[in-house]
Design a protein. Structure first.
Length: 570
C-alpha cells in the first residue's frame, strides 16, 4: 500500500502458518510498534514455534515487547543464543507429523490418558473428550520446546513442574481471534439474522447474545459493532447484553481491558475504527459506550451451567477441537439456551451435523442456523457436567506421585519475597484475600478491627488503598504474574503516605500455588509529581491531576468488575 499502516511481518507469519502448519517457526527481532504480534498467534495455533528477542538486547524493543505481552513466546533470548536453541528444537521436533502407526506415535498415544489425568489434577479441567490428535500435537510441541524425547520423561517433567502443567493447559486452549474473522460470514449475519432478531424483540426486552470461547474478545466486540450499527439504521435504541465467556482467565482479562495493537487496522473497517475505537499511542482502545454492552466472565462451557433465554449464540472455531460425543452435548446445551427461533453462528469449518431436528439452516455456506422448536424438535437430554472417569491404566501409584512435598513455611516464603524486593512489609493472602501471614508493621496501611477478627485484607485496607489493592490482586491472580503500582496514596492518621504496591503469585513450591504475596513499600511524595512533570501545570495541580486520574482509573476498574460479577451471577 502506498500510504497507511503496512504490516508485512503479520502478513508473512499468517501465510507461513497456513503453508507450513506445525513446522512454522516465527522469530521476532528488534523493531518498532507491534508488527508480527497477530501473526505469531496464527503460528502458535498451527502448533509452530515462537521465539522473541530479549527486549534489553534490542535496539528497538517495541516489537519484542508486544510479542512477549501475548504470553505465547516459547523462548525469550538474546540473538546470539537463538541458533543453538533453534537447532535443538528442530532436532527434537523432527519426528512431528510422522505416520500415526510408528512406534513413537503409538507410545505417545498410549501415554496420553496419563497426561490428561495429570492435567485434570493440576488444573481442574478435563480434556478427555477433546480431539486426541490436537492434544498430541500440543504434547509433541512442548516436548520439543523442552528438548524431551520420550513421553515417560515428559510425564516426569510434568509432575515435577507445576508451571509446565499450566503452560500445556494454555497451549491446549490456544485459539486465534480476529475482528470480523471471515468478513463474508459477518455480512451474512448482518443481513439474514440481525434484522429478524430486532424485529421480534420489544423495547422492553433485552437482546441477549452469548459468545462462548470468546478468547481475547475480538469476535464479541465485532458483534457489538454490528448490533450498534443496526440500531442506528433502525433509529431505535434497544438494551443489548452480550455475554462473552472463556475458560482462560488471562484471555478474559485482556478482553475486559479492550485494548488491541495497531495491526487491527487490517481487520476493522476504517469507519468502525473511527467510531468505536480511541487511538492511544500504538494501540486502539474500545470506547466505553460499546464496552458497556458486554459482560466478560470465565466459564467452562462443558462443566458450568449455560446462559438461558439467549437470542443469538456465536460459537466459532471451538467445536472443531471436540470429539463427536462432546459436540452432541454442546448442541443440546445450545438448543436449551436459545429462545424459540434463536440464531446460532458457527465457524466456517463447523456444522450442526446430524442435529437437523434441533437447528434449521439459514446459510449453509457461512454456517448460520436457527433453533427449531415444537413437536418436530426432539428435547435432548442435558448433561451440564462432564463425568470425570479415572482411566484404567492410571493406578493409585501414578496419582500418588502427583502429591506435593511438604511445603516450606509461610514465614520462609515471606522472607524470601522481602529479600527480593527490599520492602518493609509483606502479607501473604489466599484466593479469598484472607491474610495467612504478615511480616512487618502494617498499621499505616491496614486498620485494626473491634469485635470478631476480620482477616480479609480488603476489609482492613485504609482509605485510598482498597480500590488499588482490589485491582492489583485480581490482575496478579488472573495473569499469574507480578503487578506493580506506584504512587498510591493511603490516608494515615492526620495525613497521607505515598506507597509502592506489589502483588505477585507465589511461584513455588507447587503446594502453595494459589497464594499471593502483597508487598507495601513507602515512597517519597515526589513520585507523583515526577509522573506529570512534563506538563505545564503548576506543581500543586500536577499532584492533584495524578491523584485524581489514579483514583478514577481504580474506581472504574473496580466498578466494572463488580458489575460483571453481578450480571454473571444474575
Amino acid at each position: 500500500a502506498p500510504r497507511g499502516l503496512r504490516l508485512p511481518v503479520d502478513f508473512f507469519f499468517r501465510a507461513l502458518a497456513q503453508d507450513q502448519h506445525a513446522a512454522a517457526i516465527g522469530i521476532i527481532l528488534s523493531g518498532t510498534a507491534s508488527d508480527g504480534t497477530s501473526g505469531l498467534k496464527t503460528i502458535k495455533q498451527a502448533g509452530g514455534l515462537v521465539m522473541v528477542q530479549e527486549p534489553q538486547s534490542a535496539q528497538y524493543d517495541g516489537m519484542p515487547r508486544s510479542a512477549i505481552a501475548t504470553g505465547l513466546a516459547d523462548y525469550i533470548l538474546p540473538p546470539e543464543k537463538m541458533p543453538e536453541r533453534l537447532l535443538a528444537y528442530i532436532r527434537h521436533a523432527g519426528g512431528q507429523g510422522a505416520a500415526a502407526d510408528t512406534a513413537a506415535a503409538l507410545t505417545l498415544r498410549n501415554g496420553l490418558p496419563k497426561i490428561i489425568v495429570l492435567l485434570r489434577a493440576r488444573t481442574g479441567h478435563d480434556f478427555s473428550q477433546y480431539k486426541k490428535n490436537t492434544i498430541i500435537r500440543r504434547l509433541e510441541r512442548r516436548m520439543a520446546v523442552n528438548q524431551i524425547d520420550t513421553i515417560t520423561a515428559y510425564l516426569r517433567y510434568l509432575r515435577e513442574n507445576a508451571a509446565e502443567a499450566q503452560t500445556l493447559f494454555k497451549e491446549c486452549l490456544i485459539g486465534v481471534s480476529n475482528f470480523f474473522r471471515d468478513p463474508e460470514a459477518f455480512e451474512s449475519l448482518k443481513h439474514k439474522v440481525l434484522p429478524a432478531l430486532f424485529e421480534r424483540t420489544s423495547h422492553e426486552q433485552a437482546l441477549r447474545i452469548w459468545v462462548p470461547g470468546c478468547a481475547t474478545g475480538e469476535e464479541a466486540y465485532s458483534l457489538a459493532m454490528l448490533l450498534r450499527e443496526q440500531m442506528d439504521r433502525l433509529q431505535q435504541w434497544y438494551t443489548v447484553q452480550i455475554f462473552a465467556t472463556d475458560l482462560d482467565p488471562e484471555a478474559i482479562e485482556t478482553a475486559r481491558q479492550g485494548m488491541y495493537p495497531e495491526n487491527i487496522v487490517t481487520d476493522v473497517p476504517p469507519e468502525y475504527l473511527r467510531r468505536f475505537f480511541t487511538k492511544e499511542h500504538i494501540t486502539y482502545r474500545i470506547k466505553r459506550d460499546l464496552r458497556d454492552m458486554l459482560v466478560f466472565a470465565q466459564q467452562n462451557l462443558i462443566q458450568d451451567p449455560p446462559f438461558s433465554n439467549i437470542d443469538l449464540i456465536s460459537c466459532r472455531n471451538l467445536l472443531i477441537y471436540f470429539e463427536a460425543e462432546l459436540q452432541q452435548k454442546v448442541f443440546a446445551l445450545f438448543h436449551y439456551s436459545l429462545k424459540p427461533d434463536g440464531g446460532l453462528m458457527l465457524g466456517t469449518s463447523e456444522s450442526t451435523g446430524v442435529n437437523t431436528d434441533l437447528f434449521a439452516t439459514l446459510d449453509g455456506k457461512y454456517k448460520l442456523y436457527q433453533r427449531k422448536s415444537g413437536a418436530y424438535a426432539r428435547r435432548p437430554a442435558l448433561d451440564f457436567a462432564t463425568t470425570h472417569l479415572m482411566l484404567a491404566d492410571t493406578n493409585a501409584a501414578e496419582i500418588g506421585k502427583m502429591k506435593p512435598e511438604t511445603p516450606p513455611s509461610l514465614r520462609e516464603v515471606a522472607e524470601k519475597r522481602l529479600l527480593e524486593s527490599y520492602a518493609a512489609t509483606c502479607v501473604i493472602v489466599n484466593a479469598q484475600h484472607d491474610m495467612l501471614y504478615v511480616h512487618g508493621r502494617t498499621g499505616k496501611y491496614l486498620e485494626t478491627t473491634t469485635g470478631s477478627v476480620d482477616v480479609n485484607i480488603l476489609n482492613r485496607a485504609r482509605a485510598g488503598l482498597k480500590f488499588e489493592l482490589t485491582a492489583i490482586l485480581r490482575q496478579a491472580m488472573t495473569q499469574q504474574k507480578e503487578i506493580r503500582v506506584h504512587g498510591v496514596r493511603v490516608k494515615t492518621n492526620g495525613g497521607e503516605q505515598a506507597i509502592k504496591l506489589i502483588a505477585a503469585p507465589v511461584p513455588e513450591p507447587p503446594a502453595l500455588s494459589g497464594l499471593l504475596t502483597v508487598v507495601i513499600e513507602d515512597v517519597a511524595p515526589q513520585t507523583l509529581v515526577e509522573r506529570v512533570q512534563r506538563s505545564d501545570l503548576p506543581d500543586a495541580a500536577k499532584q492533584l491531576v495524578a491523584k485524581l486520574e489514579q483514583e478514577l482509573r481504580s474506581t472504574k476498574e473496580h466498578l466494572q468488575t463488580s458489575i460483571e460479577e453481578l450480571e454473571t451471577t444474575n
